[in-house]
Design a protein around this ligand. Structure first.
Ligand SMILES: Cc1cc2nc3c(=O)[nH]c(=O)nc-3n(C[C@H](O)[C@H](O)[C@H](O)COP(=O)(O)O)c2cc1C
Length: 167
């Protein structure tokens, strides 16, 4: 099998976040997508070992922010290379709340969505969390950051827990 075929797939970069029992969690994902328009539904794939997965499952809701091109590597590192168990990811870039009560950082994003969890699918290493989008807002006119821009311009790496990781 030619695994380089997967490199032709296009993605954006997002932060998915939630809070349960006083623990706020969030992580970078490239695997967020709108799955239906009526009603508007979204899906995120989150590694089972990520703290964020457990928090979304317990909270029954999540926020997704679309990262824009003003984001730099410290921002990606804040959400994508640290653990929510040992580090407050919302301290440096601010914290706001969606209408359904999920925390999110308002900096370096061009859109925010709030979702109520309707179904969880176990796909092995990851869970697919499918949510009803109950709120959506275009925050700025900045261009969304693509996964390809992350690799080519920011020279970013793909960590092992990303769905698209290749050793
Ligand atoms: C560019 C990039 C893409 C990523 N994509 C995903 C993804 O699609 N799904 C996922 O579960 N983790 C992904 N990750 C990894 C998580 O962001 C990372 O494991 C994070 O530290 C988990 O934080 P948490 O344990 O606080 O939830 C990605 C990270 C980066 C930097």
């Amino acid at each position: 099998m030619d695994l380089t075929a997967f490199f032709t797939m296009s993605y954006g970069l997002y932060v998915v976040s939630s809070e349960a029992d006083g623990l706020k969690a969030g992580c970078i994902i490239n695997t967020a997508t709108q799955v239906t328009a009526e009603p508007p539904r979204m899906m995120v794939a989150v590694h089972k070992d990520n703290v964020t997965a457990d928090v979304i499952a317990r909270a029954g809701k999540f926020a997704v922010t679309a990262i824009d091109k003003t984001a730099d590597m410290p921002y990606i590192g804040n959400f994508g290379f640290r653990s929510s168990n040992t580090f407050d990811k919302f301290e440096k870039y601010g914290e706001e709340r969606t209408g359904n009560g999920c925390p999110y950082s308002p900096q370096h994003i061009c859109a925010v969505f709030s979702c109520d969890l309707i179904e969880t699918v176990d796909v092995g290493t990851h869970y697919l969390f499918i949510g009803d989008v109950v709120e959506a807002e275009r925050v700025s006119d900045e261009e969304p950051l693509t996964y390809s821009y992350y690799h080519s311009t920011l020279k970013g790496k793909t960590p092992p827990k990303a769905s698209s990781y290749q050793a």
